[in-house]
Ligand binder design. Sequence first.
Ligand SMILES: O=c1ccn([C@@H]2O[C@H](COP(=O)(O)O)[C@@H](O)[C@H]2O)c(=O)[nH]1
Length: 288
Amino acid sequence: MSAVAPFGARLAAAMDAHGPLCVGIDPHVPLLHDWGLSDDAAGVREFGLRVVEALGGRVAALKPQAAFFERHGSAGVAALEDVLAAARAAGTLTIVDAKRGDIGSTMGAYADAFLADGSPLAGDAVTLSPYLGFGSLAPAADLAARTGRGIFVLCLTSNSEGHEVQHAVGPDGVSVAASIAAQAAVLNSGAASHGLAMGSVGLVVGATVGDAARATGTDLQAVHGPLLAPGVGAQGAGERELAAVFGPARRQVLASSSRGVLSAGPAAAGLRDAAARAAEQATSALRG
Ligand SMILES: O=c1ccn([C@@H]2O[C@H](COP(=O)(O)O)[C@@H](O)[C@H]2O)c(=O)[nH]1
C-alpha cells in the first residue's frame, strides 16, 4: 500500500481547488518558434519549464506529451524528466501522455518507467492503450495501485479515425469502448465501495466525440473514475460539447487543452489568463 493518497482522491481534490482543467505541455515546432526557442532538446526543456513556472499550483494537472520530447532522443527524454521534476516540486499533478500498450511482460517494464517510485519518468498518472487487450495492462494497473498513481486508458479518442476500432462490436454485442469502460469500472470498484469520489483508473474520452458514448453503449458514469477529455480548444470542443458528451458523468471530467492555452504564451501572464479562461469554461460546462 502506498504512503500517498490514491491518485483519484488527489485528482478530485485538485479539481475542486483549481477547476476541472488539465493543460497539456506539447512543444510543437511552430510554438517553439513563436516562443523564441530552438527545436531541440534544450528548447523543449525550456518550453516545459516555462509552462510549469507559469501554471504550477494554478491548474488541476499538467499533461506533458511524451512524443514531443522523445523526438529529440535521449536528451529530449532527459528534458521530459526535468519538466516532470519541476511540476513535482511545484506540487502540481502530472499525467504523462505516453499512450503505452504491449504484452503483459513488456507492460511491466513500461509500468516501471512511468509509475514506479523513484523513476525519473514517473508522473502521477500515465495514458495507456488497451488495444493489445485490456488485461495486458494489469502490470501497470497493479503498480499504479501500489504507488498511489493512476492510469488513463484510451476509450473514445478525440480523433475521427478512432471509430473503426472503438465503435466495433464484438460477438457478444458489446462495443470495444463499452467493454473497456466496464473493465475500468471493475478496477475502480474498491474505491466506490470505500466512498471515494473517484477511483484511480481513468478513461480518455475526447470532448469532440459527440454522442459516441450513447452510440456505443458506454456507461461513463459507472466507471467511477476520472475521464480525461482532450479536444478542448484547438480541436474545436468548448463548453457546449463538454456538457453534451459527458451528461451525467460530467463531474468526473478533467477537460484537457494544450495548444488552446499554449498559443497564449510565452508570457506567463498570457498563459495564466488563457488557463483561467479555459478553467472557467470547463467549470461552467461540467460543474454547473
Ligand atoms: O484522444 C486523444 C488522446 C490524446 N490526445 C492528446 O491530447 C493533446 C491535445 O492537444 P491540443 O493541442 O489541445 O489539440 C495532444 O497531446 C494529443 O496527443 C488527444 O488529442 N486525443
